[in-house]
Design a protein around this ligand. Structure first.
Ligand code: ZN
Length: 152
């Protein structure tokens, strides 16, 4: 049996593929009378699915985006719970981080407090500059310009 996925050719015996672990792939094979078909999916993700089908062990390739891999699992109707612990951890931490980032974006806290620009921080900046001037620190052109503009 020959399958083309993302331009890559895969050959395997009908016997091996018809007794694999992925139900949807077994159905696919059963419905292909000519034993030669093309799947328009990512070949990297497909290889992991194929490995799972043949061995029953599911890992997520390092070079595949977890988002894309989850879509692939959904397409092949494989639960993410079938992933080995190493890769289940990676997938779940990706989705946890993604949801955290979404929360940060909606709350406007995408940067830690000290990096945020706010009226309070510009007041602090001004006070620091004034403190530098009063202590005769910062003898730079910028300090002198600030001093002049402060006095006007
Ligand atoms: Zn793994």
């Amino acid at each position: 049996m020959t399958v083309f996925v993302g331009g890559q050719k895969y050959c395997f015996s009908l016997e091996d593929i018809s007794k694999g672990h992925c139900d949807k792939m077994r159905e696919w094979v059963r419905d292909q009378p000519n034993q030669r078909f093309t799947i328009n999916r990512s070949k990297l993700a497909f290889e992991a699915i194929l490995d799972f089908h043949l061995t029953g062990v599911l890992h997520m390739p390092l070079s595949v985006c977890p988002e894309l891999f989850k879509e692939e699992l959904d397409y092949w109707e494989i639960s993410h719970k079938k992933l080995e612990l190493c890769c289940l951890t990676r997938l779940s931490s990706y989705f946890r981080d993604k949801s955290l980032l979404k929360d940060y974006k909606t709350s406007g806290l995408c940067l830690p407090e000290k990096y945020k620009s706010s009226p309070k921080s510009s007041v602090t900046k001004c006070l620091r500059k004034l403190w530098d001037i009063l202590n005769c620190r910062g003898n730079s052109l910028e300090t002198r310009v600030s001093c002049v503009s402060f006095l006007q």
